[in-house]
Design a protein around this ligand. Structure first.
Ligand SMILES: [Cu+2]
Length: 196
């Protein structure tokens, strides 16, 4: 990971460099913690008022158009809506949505047709206050056979949906875990360079 190792130099910190590294690592932990807190709902952030399909709605067919109506008008940049398979924890389709007023909508290509199951509409939008805001709603596609349909509905209710609880959006939906690791790696490299 360290360019100094690659260049054959000894990989070690000076005493002050080590202290700085520890301080920086501690600051990073605080920063990461603060990010988690920031991801928690704040009153100023736009929240979902209604959606199509409705939250926890059970459909007969997989939809090819979804929309979310927010409490404010999201800004028209850095927005993503991701349709995920809730059981397989797999993103089926992710794209920048269309934003018109307080309505955020996404067309899903016809070839994405996973059939019966439980699905998540995850979103990351830029709220009207300029802050990135995440959340989700869920829906299910019923199995044509009645027993399966009842099961899918029950599972959907259990899973629940918490459009306001933005911290509950699984990180895998956005790959943020990997992003954080990259940031940590970059900070460590910078510290190594400075700790001469
Ligand atoms: Cu905010």
């Amino acid at each position: 990971m360290s360019p100094r190792v690659a260049s054959g130099e000894t990989f070690r910190f000076s005493k002050s460099g080590f202290r700085r590294a520890v301080a920086a690592a501690a600051a990073l932990v605080v920063f990461a913690g603060a990010s988690v807190i920031n991801a928690a709902p704040a009153s100023a952030h736009d929240s979902v008022l209604s959606s199509n399909p409705g939250d926890k709605q059970v459909l007969d067919e997989f939809p090819h158009h979804v929309s979310l109506k927010f409490s404010g008008n999201p800004k028209n940049n850095f927005n993503t809506v991701a349709i995920s398979d809730a059981d397989a924890k797999e993103v089926l389709y992710s794209h920048e949505p269309e934003v018109v007023g307080n309505e955020v909508s996404l067309d899903i290509p016809e070839d994405i047709n996973p059939g019966p199951g439980n699905y998540i509409i995850g979103f990351q939008i830029t709220s009207s206050d300029g802050h990135s805001t995440r959340g989700k709603t869920t829906f299910s596609v019923a199995d044509p056979d009645a027993a399966g349909a009842a099961e899918a509905g029950a599972e959907s209710r259990q899973t629940g949906a918490h459009a306001e609880e933005t911290k509950s959006i699984p990180l895998w939906a956005y790959g943020l875990g990997g992003g954080l690791i990259v940031i940590i790696a970059a900070v460590v490299i910078v510290i190594n360079r400075k700790a001469k």
